[in-house]
Design a binder for this molecule. Structure first.
Ligand code: SAH
Length: 362
């Protein structure tokens, strides 16, 4: 049993079982043992790989998406680019390179990175510090200061926000919590007290059905929507998730590109849950903005022209002008857009001001 697990077991002994959200927060962000606080999880040698690490075209197309959205909105002054959970900074690096094609936008932008892991903030600085664009880092969205419109991107960020789970049993809904066995190992237990009212949009749930709620994600979508409704801009949220109310559980642990036990070795595995895009969209609408999508990632990237871009890049590669090889470029595209890879499970939504033009790809 690792040191963080011992501390969690001691907390449970003192205060009783804890909500899964509290367990996730400790396992992911505890300053001395939390997964993100102590690891760079990305890449082939890490635990998982994300779209910007698969292909440079992902970040490039997102940069151009932001510029096109800005132009369609009338090129408003003082745009701020915001990224939530930028990982190694790869997406922003590729976006800012592609934005050299749109100097009217790039020359005005300031960039704000929202990151609460010191390890990854260091990686972002190494990737981005030589660029000729003002870049600041903050630890939470509440600290993002904008003077004009905000163009925000969050890739594989909302899946890592803490969720609570409720299980339908005997007609009532009971919270699933984290408790301990006699030897101090962790196990799931059900709260004896049912929810006072059934959860939203879950009328058809079968016995044993699970409702996962991500209050942190809903609150954030609401705040982002408020900001965009008041000052303009757009937010692009890309993640794996579902677009109709789900009854299954999706909480999972990942280690070395494979599944791991959620309750074993906290701080050593990534913990995520699929994103409930209906709940995020509803929160953004409550926040006063409009929502486009969800669109499957594959269809979205294809309508932004990823295949044409890959064709151009691989022609370049074949001519010997690039270090990349053409096969690798096409393998990356396939991974991002194929239905049996990331193309269908991953989805994109955009949050825009009411009555704003529909952004590219939606
Ligand atoms: N967007 C990147 C990385 C995804 S991993 C990519 O696509 O490669 C999740 C990222 O979110 C990491 O950078 C992690 O440190 C950050 N993160 C997770 N929870 C966070 C929180 N509550 N506040 C700020 N950053 C967080």
């Amino acid at each position: 049993m690792n040191a963080l697990q011992q501390r969690i077991a001691a907390l449970i002994a003192a205060q009783g079982p804890m909500p899964i959200a509290e367990y996730m927060t400790l396992a992911l962000h505890d300053p001395s043992g939390g997964y993100y606080a102590t690891h760079d999880p990305l890449g082939a040698a890490g635990d998982f790989i994300t779209a910007p690490e698969v292909s440079q075209m992902f970040g490039e197309l997102i940069g151009l998406w932001m510029a096109q959205t800005w132009m369609d909105q009338g090129s408003p002054a003082r745009p701020t680019l915001v990224e939530l959970g930028p990982g190694r900074g790869t997406l922003m690096h590729d976006a800012l390179r592609a934005l050299k094609l749109v100097p009217a936008f790039r020359s005005q932008v300031q960039v704000v990175l929202v990151e609460n892991s010191a390890v990854l903030e260091g990686a972002q600085k190494r990737t981005l510090s030589a660029l000729d664009v003002p870049i600041r880092s903050v630890t939470g969205f509440a600290d993002v200061k904008t003077e004009g419109p905000m163009y925000l991107v969050a890739n594989e960020f909302f899946d890592v926000l803490p969720i609570r789970q409720y299980v339908k049993k005997g007609g009532g809904w009971f919270e699933r919590m984290v408790g301990t066995n006699a030897d101090g190992t962790l196990r799931f237990v059900l709260s004896p007290v049912p929810l006072p009212a059934p959860p939203p949009n879950r009328d058809g749930a079968p016995e044993g059905g699970v409702y996962e709620q991500c209050s942190a994600g809903e609150a954030l979508a609401d705040e982002i929507a408020h900001r965009i409704a008041a000052h303009g801009g757009a937010a692009l949220i890309i993640d794996y998730g579902y677009d109709t109310p789900g009854f299954g559980e999706t909480l999972q642990a990942m280690k070395r590109h494979g599944p791991a036990e959620v309750l074993s070795n906290p701080g050593e595995n990534d913990l995520t849950a699929h994103v409930d895009f209906c709940a995020l969209g509803d929160a953004a609408v409550r926040g006063g903005a409009s929502v486009c999508g969800p669109m499957p990632q594959g269809a979205w990237l294809k309508s932004l022209g990823i295949e044409q871009r890959a064709e151009a890049l691989s022609a370049h590669a074949r001519s010997g002008a690039l270090l990349l090889d053409a096969d690798r470029i096409w393998r990356g595209v396939e991974r991002l857009i194929a239905d049996d890879q990331m193309g269908e499970l991953f989805k994109a939504i955009a949050i825009v001001p009411k009555n704003a033009p529909t952004p590219p790809g939606f």
